[in-house]
Design a protein around this ligand. Structure first.
Ligand SMILES: Nc1nc2c(ncn2[C@@H]2O[C@H](COP(=O)(O)OP(=O)(O)OP(=O)(O)O)[C@@H](O)[C@H]2O)c(=O)[nH]1
Length: 499
């Protein structure tokens, strides 16, 4: 039944009824994406429309089921056949009272939680039914002598309930009550007082011997029927199609049809019993809605269908995945930044050390050569002193770029100090490393750096070191490279010293 009913709701109605703007926006978005997906495949749209019509028909069928049962008994059964089971009636009435009290309490709790005025009136409807119906069960054994009084509490309880249910509908969607006024004992005490007064009033009215009050009973029943029907019309006109309100609508339909059955049946006849069953069905259905609200938001207007919830979950999942992808990109960028020299874009010392350890292990495993170049720009201090620090920065960038252009993709260039660089050369032996170093040196020697209309020239000194020849660990290799670099400086700069 749950599944069957939830289809009815449309986002447009939800938007008009919801207090939560964010959710309304999300639902609006989801309705957009829904339309998009509907436009994607025509056959899909057709099946959707077809199943939509089928679902509407199913709801209509469920709503009118009691009428079919009533017609069946009315047409095919002798109305004189009676089932005068006092005990059963008493037990059933007692159960109805207990159930009514329980549902009243749960609805009241929902009202306290959500503050929906609709729920206050729904709680009053259950309370009214429970209290006014109470004597009907109690007077079962006196039904022979006081039939009118015994019967009167039935339609009176339904009438009290119908009035409250209609007021509840009128108040649907109104702003919630402030929490301090929800528990006000005078309101609830007054309600209990009114319902008990109705009980006493009825007793007084039907016990006065002069009054032939029998005709009042069908009038009350007809009034209740009219109010239940009015409730159905109000719900339809206001286009209230939230999931729990569909349950409300079906309950009203059951109550209305129960009233029809009570109106046309004789006491203790099978149709009379069926009327009880139909009313109970509506009552149970409505209590299901209340319990559902209690277990979720405590509200009737903000409990969504499973389909709606799934739509939101899917949207949230998409948001999460998008956020995760952004986080991944940001992480990659951060990792890159952490491994890169901010000025030249070359690797930094940390990255070079990490990569050198990996390459060293690989070279030892595979028995392949591995070389390291230590480079230092000559007289760089003069560049800074003469042309300024910013010009020095530009020179550093140009130098790094030129070095990079002379390397293979597998080589790693790193800026390890102010004007100091190192190059890791996997699979390069001493001779190949020397050639690469020389290529870099001569490229830099030929390089003309143009800054503010001036041409700057720099040179570089290079020391080359190799795995195995200069040691098997990184420190020894780096030390050897540094020593040869200083040697190159000492020998007059702008040169390469190899092992
Ligand atoms: N523009 C600029 N200068 C830097 C940077 N880092 C270090 N320096 C400068 O680089 C210069 C290095 O000078 P020295 O270590 O004396 O060496 P040098 O002048 O290159 O002389 P030799 O190495 O002996 O040929 C210093 O003036 C530092 O201020 C930087 O990021 N940008």
């Amino acid at each position: 039944m749950n599944q069957l009913i939830f289809w009815w709701k449309r986002p447009r109605t939800i938007r008009s009824l919801m207090h939560d703007g964010t959710v309304a926006q999300r639902l609006s978005d989801s309705s957009k994406s829904d339309t998009e997906s509907e436009n994607q495949g025509k056959p899909d749209a057709f099946i959707r429309r077809l199943t939509g019509i089928y679902q509407r028909l199913l709801v209509l069928l469920v709503a009118l089921l009691p009428l079919m049962m009533i017609s069946y008994l009315e047409l095919f059964q002798d109305p004189k056949l009676l089932f005068e089971a006092y005990g059963l009636h008493e037990v059933a009435s007692l159960l109805a009272i207990a159930l009514g009290a329980f549902v009243t309490y749960v609805t009241w709790r929902c009202y306290l939680a959500s503050g929906e005025i609709f729920l206050r009136w729904l709680a009053l409807a259950f309370l009214g039914f429970t209290l006014v119906y109470l004597p009907h069960g109690l007077f079962t054994r006196f039904s022979d002598d006081m039939m009118a009084l015994f019967l009167a509490y039935g339609p009176a309880s339904r009438l009290a309930m119908a009035i409250c249910l209609l007021v509840a509908l009128k108040r649907f969607g109104k702003p919630v009550r402030p929490s301090e006024s929800r528990r006000r004992p005078t309101t609830w005490g007054m309600a209990v007082g009114i319902f008990l007064a109705i009980d006493l009033g009825l007793a007084a009215f039907f016990l006065i011997p002069m009054v032939s009050a029998k005709s009042v009973i069908p009038v009350m029943e007809a009034l209740a029927l009219a109010l239940f029907l009015a409730g159905i019309i109000v719900t339809a006109l206001r286009r209230i199609r939230l999931p729990l309100m569909i349950i409300y609508l079906l309950s009203l339909a059951a109550f209305a049809q129960a009233s029809i059955a009570f109106l046309i049946s004789d006491p203790w006849s099978h149709l009379w019993w069926l009327a009880h069953v139909i009313f109970t069905t509506g009552f149970l259905l409505l209590s299901y809605g209340v319990v559902h609200a209690f277990h979720t938001t405590g509200s009737f207007s903000t409990v969504y269908s499973q389909a709606e919830v799934m739509k939101q979950v899917r949207q949230e999942q998409a948001h999460t995945q998008e956020a995760l992808a952004k986080l991944k990109t940001a992480n990659t960028r951060l990792a890159q930044q952490a491994a890169t020299d901010w000025l030249t874009g070359a690797a930094n010392r940390r990255q070079l050390t990490r990569q050198a350890r990996r390459e060293l292990a690989r070279a030892q495993r595979n028995g392949t050569p591995l070389s390291l170049l230590c480079l230092d720009i000559d007289h760089f201090k003069t560049v800074n002193d003469v042309h300024g620090h910013q010009a020095g920065d530009q020179v550093l960038k140009q130098v790094a770029l030129t070095m990079q252009q002379n390397l293979r993709p597998t080589d790693l260039l790193a800026r390890v100090g102010g004007e100091e660089f190192q190059v890791l050369l996997p699979d390069a032996n001493s001779q190949q490393a020397g050639e690469i170093a020389e290529r870099i040196r001569s490229s830099l020697h030929d390089l003309e750096i143009r800054l503010h209309g001036k041409v700057l020239k720099v040179t570089v000194s290079v020391g080359s070191a190799q795995m195995v020849q200069d040691g098997k660990d990184l420190d020894s290799i780096m030390r050897a490279g540094d020593e040869r670099l200083y040697e190159a400086k000492a020998l007059g700069r702008n040169r390469v010293v190899t092992g």
